[in-house]
Every structure is written in C-alpha cells, then in structure tokens.
Design a protein around this ligand. Structure first.
Ligand SMILES: Nc1nc2c(ncn2[C@@H]2O[C@H](COP(=O)(O)OP(=O)(O)OP(=O)(O)O)[C@@H](O)[C@H]2O)c(=O)[nH]1
Ligand SMILES: [Mg+2]
Length: 293
C-alpha cells in the first residue's frame, strides 16, 4: 500500500494515471482538483502495488478544503510506503515542509519524488536541503529516497516502480488481478464531469461546484448516468451554462468522450444544474459525494 501525498497541483493524480497506464483519477491545472481518496492497483509479474491518490494539502479557506486536508493527512496511516510528490519547478513551500515534518516520524519508508522534470527549472537541491534542515531541527535521522520524474512524459517512472517494489513488504495479494480501481463508478463518472468544468472555469468557482451521479443504468450496449451539478448560489448557474448553454454542452460532450474511452462503451450523461446552498457545510451531502469516509 503506497500513499501518494503532497501539496496541491504537484502532479499526484497525473502520476497515478501514468503508473497504471489508465485514467483512474482526474487531473486539472486548478489546484485542489482531487477531493476523494482514489485507489489504483498495479499488477505485474513481480507483484502488486496498491496506490492511494489523495487530495493536495493546501491553506484551506473553506470547509470542504479542511475536509480534504484531513483526508490526505489520514491517508498515510498504516501504509507501507509514502510517496511524497514535490513540484520541481517551484521552490519548497510551507505545505511541502508540513509534509516533511509529518513524515520524519512516520514508520514507513519515504520516497521523495521531484516531479515535472520535463520543465527547465529544477529545485531538487532546495527540496533536499529543506528535508535536511527540518530533520536537523526535529532531531530526526530519517532519510528519504530521492528520485525525479515526469508524470507527463513518463521519464523516471520505471525507476520509481523498481524502487517501490524494493521497498514494499511481501504480503497477501490485496485485490484480484483484473481490478484497476475500487473507486465507485458513480463517483468516478461524477469526477470526470467536474474535471471538464475545472478546465473551463477559473478563480474560486471550481471550488464551489460538485457533481453527483444519482442513477446509473448499465446496459450491455451503453450506460445512462443521471445526476446533478451543484452550485452554491443562483448567480453561478448561468456561468456554468454559458452563452446559449454552450459551456454546459461542451462539458457534457467532453466528459462523455472521456468516459467512453475509460469504460469502453458509450455513456450518455443527463445532468441538471441545481442550487444547493451551503452544500459544503452539509455532512450528508459531503458523505454522498464520498468526501467524508
Ligand atoms: N510539465 C509537467 N506538468 C505536470 C506533470 N505532472 C502533472 N503536471 C500538470 O500539473 C497540473 C496538476 O496535475 P494534477 O495531477 O491534477 O496534480 P495533483 O497533485 O493531483 O493536484 P490536486 O489534486 O489538486 O492536489 C496539471 O496541469 C498537470 O498536467 C509533469 O510531470 N510535468
Ligand atoms: Mg489530484
């Protein structure tokens, strides 16, 4: 069991998809894209690695953000290896240091992966210095294994997998070999719709939006998914629709295309936009969305 953790937007979800060679977790340029824990299973003749993608830790300014941070921090409990993903194109930030502090006293081995090595800037040395200074301050001798990768080009990924197989303890096979992810289908479909909106919207709006698939009818020749896109205020509804409903149509078409590739059969989406005031503060809504365990 390997937890993939790190600050928001460093490439954790891109990495899990790259490791598995399939899309199991959504990706966007907007920070705080991942909200749920998404498990992905890699099967090879040498063994099975179970990866846990987690929400990126960030300075939360809203309730859902706090829930996401808690989910991410709890995810490292009981795992065999922690994979701390760092963004090589930026200097270390407070959230990176926060993870380092936590992991210095974590019983599992830590792999520190400096990602985005396809970009020109490389701040690996600064991250290593930060680890060393935090360890010194905390009187810890814990070391991390340092590797570099590009989750986009695939550079460094096979070295990473070799390292993880070397560190992971032998144990019982946890999942059957034909399972890629145990993430519930309704949540996965909802996430893909949200991903398409994250690519369209900027500023704060993405964080006030949620997608819930309420019904999923699975027929041999195709699936029908019905559900709602939730916003907090009536004024947000026309933004999601776009002029003459164009943005909404673009999002649905892009999501249906992706889903057809992911599941290998046509998927029709029937969605409506619903104003649900304070959904982020409603425990039952968060539970339905899978954001709280
Ligand atoms: N150049 C480059 N971009 C990357 C790489 N990995 C991820 N990205 C980009 O970084 C952005 C964030 O990627 P995500 O995979 O969503 O990051 P994340 O860490 O899962 O983010 P949260 O879920 O918000 O915590 C996207 O625009 C990705 O395309 C990489 O290796 N190189
Ligand atoms: Mg993510």
């Amino acid at each position: 069991m390997i937890a993939i953790v790190g600050r928001a937007n460093v490439g954790k979800s891109t990495l899990i998809n790259r490791l598995l060679g399939e899309k199991v977790s959504i990706v966007s340029p907007v920070a705080q894209t991942t909200r749920n824990l998404v498990r992905g299973i890699l099967n090879e003749p040498r063994g099975q690695l179970v990866f846990l993608d987690t929400p990126g830790v960030h300075q939360a300014s809203y309730d859902l953000g706090h829930v996401m941070n808690r989910t991410a921090r709890a995810a490292v409990e009981g795992v065999d290896v922690v994979l701390l993903v760092l963004d090589g194109t930026t200097t270390p930030r407070a959230e990176d240091e926060g993870w380092m502090r936590r992991l210095l006293f974590h019983p599992a081995p830590v792999v520190a992966l400096v990602n985005k090595c396809d970009e020109k800037e490389d701040h690996t040395a600064a991250y290593q210095q930060r680890w060393a200074s935090v360890a010194k301050e905390k009187n810890s001798t814990k070391q991390a294994d340092w590797l570099r990768s590009s989750a986009v080009t695939g550079e460094g990924i096979s070295e990473l997998v070799t390292k993880l197989f070397a560190l992971a303890p032998l144990g019982e096979q946890l999942f059957p070999e034909d399972i890629l992810s145990d993430y519930p289908r309704k949540l996965a479909i909802a996430d893909v719709v949200r991903e398409k909106y994250f690519h369209e919207l900027r500023a704060e709006l993405p964080h006030t939006l949620a997608v819930e698939i309420e019904e999923l009818e699975e027929k041999p020749d195709g699936w029908l998914a019905q559900g709602a896109i939730m916003v907090e205020k009536p004024s947000q509804k026309p933004i999601l629709l776009g002029t003459k409903g164009r943005m909404f149509k673009r999002v649905v078409a892009a999501a249906e295309k992706d889903l057809a590739e992911m599941y290998g059969l046509p998927i029709k989406l029937e969605l409506w936009i619903r104003v649900e005031k304070n959904w982020q503060k409603n425990f039952w809504v968060l539970k339905r969305l899978g954001y709280v365990p």
